[in-house]
Design a protein around this ligand. Structure first.
Ligand code: F6P
Length: 344
C-alpha cells in the first residue's frame, strides 16, 4: 500500500518514535511505501512531501520534535481546502493516511474520513493529554517529567530564599500537566482551568505553608483563571469561549505579583513554556508512541477507517475519531479533590 503520514498541531516528544514504528512495521511486514507530508495538513494542501523510508527514520527513536515538521493549519479553512487535499492524495496515489495530532488536527481527520470517505487512521498526540477515550496521549509523560524536575529544583531555591515560587505549566484547556507534575513534585497548591481559583485562598495556603516550612510552590496551568469575584475586582478579561490562546496571558506572573502584594512575601514566577515540548521523549512516551505506531499501521491494513488508536488501561484499542474529537478530556473534579489534601 502507499501510505501517507502527517504530524499536525503542536509538536511533542515521541512523534519520531511513532513514525519509526509505522515505517518499520509497514515496510518489513506489509511491504508498504510511505509518503511523508510536510508540516501537518499544510503539506497536503500544498503538495509538499518529505522522504519517509527506513533510512529516514533510522536513529530517530530518542529524538524530540518530528522529522515531518508540523503546523496548526486547519485545511478546511483554506480556499478550496478539500479539493486541494483530495487532489494531492490522488496525485500521490495514496491508499491510506495516518494522521497524528491533537484535537484540531484530528477533528479535520474525522471530517475527511466520515464526510468525504478518505481512508485514514488517527493517532492522539499532545502534551496536554486532553483527548478523550485514551488514557494517555503521546508527549504527556515527557512534559510531566520536565515539569516535575523543575518543581524539584525550585523547592531548594525557594527554601534558601524563603520565597514563594510560582510555576506556570502548559495545558491549553485542561490541567493534566499541572495536576500530575504538581502531585509528583509536591506542590503546595495546584491551579487548573477546570476550577477557577480565588487568590485569597491561594494566599492562605501560601501563608500556612510559610508557618510550617519556608517554601511554598504554586503550580498553575497557563489557562487557569481566577474566579469571577477576582475577575470583577481586577478587570481581568476571561477568554472568549473556545479561544485557545486568548486567555489571561501571563497568569503565572500575575499571580506571583498578587501573592507578593497580598502576603508581603517575596514571590517569583517560572514559566516553563516550550521546554515541556522539546527534547527527548521519556521511556513511557517512546513505548506508547511505538505501540501506537505499530497499531496504526495494522489498523490501516484492516481498513479500520475513521478510527483512532488509544490506550485504555494497559491495552491498545481503537475508538472512533469522531467520538474522540467531539469534546475535550478535562480533569475530573474528584481527582482534583484528591490532590487538595496537599494544598497549604
Ligand atoms: O497543545 C499543546 C500546547 O503546548 C498547549 O498547552 C499550548 O497552549 C499550545 O500548545 C501552545 O502552542 P503554540 O504556541 O505552538 O501554538
Amino acid at each position: 500500500m502507499r501510505v501517507g503520514v502527517l504530524t499536525g498541531g503542536s509538536d511533542c516528544p515521541g512523534l519520531n518514535a511513532m513514525l519509526r514504528a509505522i515505517v518499520r512495521k509497514g515496510v518489513q511486514e506489509y511491504g508498504d511505501e510511505f509518503i511523508g507530508f510536510r508540516d501537518g495538513w499544510r503539506g497536503v494542501l500544498r503538495d509538499e512531501t518529505v522522504p519517509l523510508d527506513i533510512p529516514a527514520v533510522r536513529g530517530t527513536l530518542p529524538r524530540g520534535g518530528t522529522i515531518l515538521g508540523s503546523s496548526r493549519t486547519d485545511p478546511f479553512r483554506a480556499d478550496d481546502g478539500l479539493d486541494r487535499m483530495l487532489g494531492t492524495l490522488a496525485r500521490h496515489r495514496v491508499d491510506a493516511l495516518i494522521v497524528a495530532g491533537g484535537t484540531a488536527t484530528l477533528t479535520a481527520a474525522a471530517r475527511l474520513a466520515d464526510d468525504h470517505g478518505v481512508p485514514l487512521v488517527g493517532v492522539p498526540k499532545t502534551i496536554d493529554n486532553d483527548i478523550p477515550l485514551t488514557d494517555y496521549t503521546v508527549g504527556f509523560d515527557t512534559a510531566v517529567g520536565v515539569a516535575t524536575e523543575t518543581i524539584d529544583r525550585l523547592h531548594t531555591t525557594a527554601e534558601s530564599h524563603k520565597r514563594v515560587l510560582v510555576v506556570e505549566v502548559m495545558g491549553r484547556s485542561a490541567g493534566w500537566i499541572a495536576l500530575h507534575a504538581g502531585l509528583a513534585g509536591g506542590a503546595n497548591c495546584i491551579l487548573i482551568p477546570e476550577r477557577p481559583f480565588g487568590v485569597a485562598q491561594v494566599c492562605e495556603w501560601v501563608e500556612s505553608r510559610f508557618k510550617a516550612t519556608y517554601a511554598p510552590i504554586v503550580v498553575i496551568a497557563d489557562s487557569a483563571l481566577p474566579d469571577s469575584g477576582e475577575i470583577a475586582l481586577h478587570g481581568v478579561t476571561p477568554p472568549p469561549d473556545g479561544g485557545p490562546r486568548d486567555r489571561l496571558s501571563g497568569v503565572g506572573e500575575w499571580l506571583g505579583r498578587e501573592i507578593e502584594r497580598r502576603t508581603g512575601k517575596e514571590a517569583r514566577t517560572t514559566v516553563l513554556g516550550y521546554i515541556q515540548r522539546g527534547g527527548s521523549p521519556s521511556p513511557f512516551d517512546r513505548w506508547l508512541a511505538t505501540r501506537f505506531g505499530l497499531h496504526a499501521i495494522d489498523a490501516v491494513h484492516q481498513g479500520d477507517w475513521g478510527s483512532m488508536i488509544a490506550l485504555q488501561g494497559t491495552r491498545i484499542t481503537r475508538v472512533r475519531l469522531a467520538a474522540a474529537t467531539s469534546t475535550l478530556k478535562t480533569v475530573d473534579p474528584a481527582l482534583y479533590e484528591e490532590a487538595s489534601v496537599f494544598f497549604g
